[in-house]
Design a protein around this ligand. Structure first.
Ligand SMILES: Nc1ncnc2c1ncn2[C@@H]1O[C@H](COP(=O)(O)OP(=O)(O)OP(=O)(O)O)[C@@H](O)[C@H]1O
Ligand SMILES: [Mg+2]
Length: 231
């Protein structure tokens, strides 16, 4: 689904990710983990088109998308759930979801809305509420729902569980599992390494913008336990 080769990117003249190689297989969950400041968010923002590529390539379904604008990447099937959720606080739950599907015909919007509400029944009970009034976990569900309204093929999830109550984390991960079973491809950034390794098929560990380790979740988990790494 996504192939990244020798990607170097960052902010203006400052590169913070260096020569990153990453392949996200169709229908898999690929976790990107690493300490604070390792470059996880920068990588996702660059894949989504919010930050420029300095060098290297981002290939989505065999198309080089380095210079494709963000809006076109969304149409190509890339959707980002950003760190901190970035919901529209003065819009209701329903309106936030509708914004996510803005480029689709009304019929699709209603159909997608139904599917998302069955994935997150909590949102169905709160459609008329302002997003600001939701709990952290409900806001995360809304952020995922808004991204799903764009009918993505590849979901980029930045810090799914950060700051959430354990029960909400569990609900979000159940939804993630369901999405994977429905064929979604997911690139997941997580601070909660244990949680990420439990759901991921493959893992990439970033250290100071460089890939330190990569492999199947089973192998990375073994290394973590054996050498007490990536706590
Ligand atoms: N807007 C910016 N301008 C300049 N440097 C930035 C900017 N945003 C982030 N950085 C720097 O880029 C590096 C990588 O940051 P990034 O946010 O990608 O890390 P991260 O792995 O997502 O960390 P965290 O786990 O804290 O979310 C850090 O050194 C950070 O200070
Ligand atoms: Mg981050």
């Amino acid at each position: 689904m996504l192939k990244i080769e020798k990607l170097t990117c960052g902010y203006g003249p400052l590169n913070v990710v260096h020569k990153l190689d990453l392949i996200v297989e169709k229908g898999s969950i690929h976790a990107l983990i690493g300490a604070n400041g390792a470059g996880k968010t920068t990588t996702l923002m660059t894949i989504a088109g919010h930050l420029p590529v300095q060098s290297g390539s981002i290939i989505m379904e065999n198309d080089l998308i380095n210079r494709v604008p963000t809006k076109k990447r969304v149409q190509k099937g890339i959707a980002l759930v950003p760190e901190g959720r970035r919901l529209f606080s003065d819009l209701t739950v329903r309106e936030n979801l509708e914004v996510g599907g803005y480029s689709h015909p009304k019929k699709n919007i209603l159909q997608n809305l139904d599917q998302i509400l069955s994935l997150f029944p909590r949102l169905a009970e709160r459609l008329g509420q302002l997003s600001d009034s939701l709990s952290g976990g409900e806001q995360q569900m809304l952020a995922i729902g808004r991204a799903l309204m764009a009918e993505p093929k590849l979901l980029l999830l930045d810090e799914l569980s950060l700051g959430l109550m354990p029960r909400m984390v569990e609900e979000c991960y159940i939804a993630l599992d369901q999405l994977k079973n429905d064929g979604m491809t997911i690139l997941l950034v997580e601070q909660n390494t244990r949680q990420a390794l439990a759901v991921a098929d493959n893992v990439c560990v970033l250290e100071s913008g460089i890939v330190a380790w990569s492999g199947t979740a089973v192998i990375i988990n073994y290394i973590r336990k054996q050498y007490c790494l990536f706590a």
